[in-house]
Design a protein around this ligand. Sequence first.
Ligand code: T3D
Length: 285
Amino acid sequence: ADPVLLVSNEGAVRVLTLNRPQALNAFTTAMLGQLRHALDDAAEDSSVRAVLVTGAGRAFCAGQDLNDPYIKPEFETAADTAVGAEAVPPSGQAPRRPKPKDIGHLLDHYYIPLALRLRSMPVPTLCAVNGVAAGAGANFALGCDLVIAGRSASFIQAFSRIGLVPDCGGTWLLTRLVGRARALQLTLLGEKLPAEQAQQWGLIARCVADEELASVAMATAQQLAGMPTRALVQTRAALDEAMDLELEDALRMEARLQSQLGYAHDYLEGAAAFLDKRAPHFKDR
Ligand code: T3D
């Protein structure tokens, strides 16, 4: 069988490609597990300075695979139980009573660790959204530091269509990215948001022509990989933290981080390179 996640390197950029194109790269537990391990590997490998995630085929990711045994609805039949079953319909079909299922288990074991891993990566992350990104697929993409989408891509908070709430960080991310009104519009109606509008709303960084997506995403990932990694990662953490801080506390957090970075190699190198009018060579992670 084809691997469900392709892993490759382009210089200091680790490229992760979701690879179940026949099911629009919907997440199976196997794929979620491999994705998390691949992020762990990238985090631990000091030669990696940026991670680029994309999808194979015409979609980025259709969210949780609804055929996965952990989540696929199952119904009791007369063979399972004779007590309490619904009456046999006039058509003569077997009674269909849903079997209780704890689908929250999937979140505890797969989506929560994955979303936390992504947000705490020690290198910048970039998602190249090459087609539709639905449900947890959309929110995984939006959890990356930069999101670049092809013009034909779209974002769908598909959860409400199937009786669920947004997960994989959607409740936290969407309100921060586009505000409550637009977050509610996206999550209640579950409508498709085209990439261009997603950019206009500030949900994603860029929308580019489909045929340019791969090259623009790779060039941006290479650009990030050549930058002072530790400062980039601390910028992400500081922006997230500042959302919940008073101004004075945010100012003090900035001062604390700046003090630490001021002693690091990358600041000394960056400032010296500027003064010397040469290209800097960053190495802190
Ligand atoms: O607690 C928990 O654990 C729950 C966790 C939930 C996390 C979630 O992500 S919930 C949301 C799950 N995702 C969805 O509900 C989206 C379902 N898919 C769609 O709405 C549509 O497929 C799309 C809008 C994404 C794309 O539409 P379209 O018309 O371009 O493609 P299609 O024809 O619908 O799909 C193509 C194939 O992919 C098709 O298979 P087939 O008929 O060719 O054999 C379709 O069944 C399959 N597919 C698409 N999405 C999923 C899927 N198979 C399994 N699971 C999917 N999510």
